[in-house]
Design a protein. Structure first.
Length: 254
């Protein structure tokens, strides 16, 4: 596949993730942001534009920016906090090719608690055993490099970060893997919140079983790719124009 074809597919993948996140209730207004390093490069990344609802984004709307926030390709602007969160993570963490930030309800609900831990009480939660970091400090909007760098430090070697009083960040080597994790993180948080609501004690899964199951899940990523391919087919049925590369939406506000 040519470099141009790789970039086109990356735009389509990111648009698919955004559209499906909207359909699944993982987005919030026209806020939150997904990004993906441009294939074959470490100095540019794709990101969703400012002002477009995720439900209307097409592949052609995806913007390319550099680590300094300069727009390289695209007709739309980029929301400032999107740049300071995503650019700093991409710059510091080569493994984080895809970075997804949401305020999805159940995972964010855990971020509001004094003890925000995702507890190892469900099979879905085991997918994240040993992969989550927790940032205990909320400093307001992420509008400068210093706060972006602080978030990078909080993420460390983890792939998921719970941001106190804010939301979550999920990273991965591809859109398919990161989105699959985003989906199952919210499902795991949802059942934990439901179980906690009963007020009854929860049954923690033994550590050795949790470790073994986590290795099984991370070692078998075919399901992540199949899940994402199915989500793309669903969008094809709902709106054939979602993957268009030559029909961007009008610039918001104009």
């Amino acid at each position: 596949m040519s470099e141009e074809s790789n970039i086109d597919q990356a735009r389509i993948d990111l648009a698919c993730a955004l559209r499906q996140a909207s359909r699944l209730g993982l987005g919030e207004g026209v806020c939150n942001h997904f990004s993906l390093a441009v294939p074959g490069r470490d100095d540019r990344f794709l990101i969703n534009p400012q002002g477009l609802h995720w439900s209307e984004i097409r592949a052609a709307d995806i913007v390319v920016i550099d680590p300094d926030g300069n727009r390289i390709e695209g007709t739309h602007t980029v929301e400032p906090t999107a740049f300071f969160i995503h650019a700093r993570i991409h710059r510091a963490n080569a493994r984080a090719r895809c970075v997804l930030h949401t305020h999805m309800p159940h995972a964010t609900a855990l971020c509001l608690l004094e003890d925000p831990r995702l507890r190892m009480v469900s099979q879905n939660a085991l997918k994240f055993h040993g992969r989550i970091a927790y940032d205990p400090q909320y400093n307001g909007l992420v509008l400068d490099d210093a706060e972006g760098d602080r978030i990078v430090a909080a993420l460390g070697d983890a792939e998921v970060l719970f941001l106190a009083n804010h939301g979550v960040i999920v990273t991965g080597p591809s859109v398919a893997w990161a989105f699959d994790d985003l989906y199952y993180l919210e499902r795991a948080a949802m059942v934990q919140v439901l179980a906690e609501h009963t007020g009854r004690p929860m049954r923690e899964i033994p550590e050795e079983v949790a470790e073994q199951t986590a290795r099984q899940m991370i070692g078998e990523r075919q399901q992540s790719d199949l899940h994402f391919a199915a989500l793309a087919r669903e969008l094809d049925r709902l709106d054939p124009l979602w993957s268009s590369l030559d029909r961007p939406n009008p610039t918001p506000g104009l």
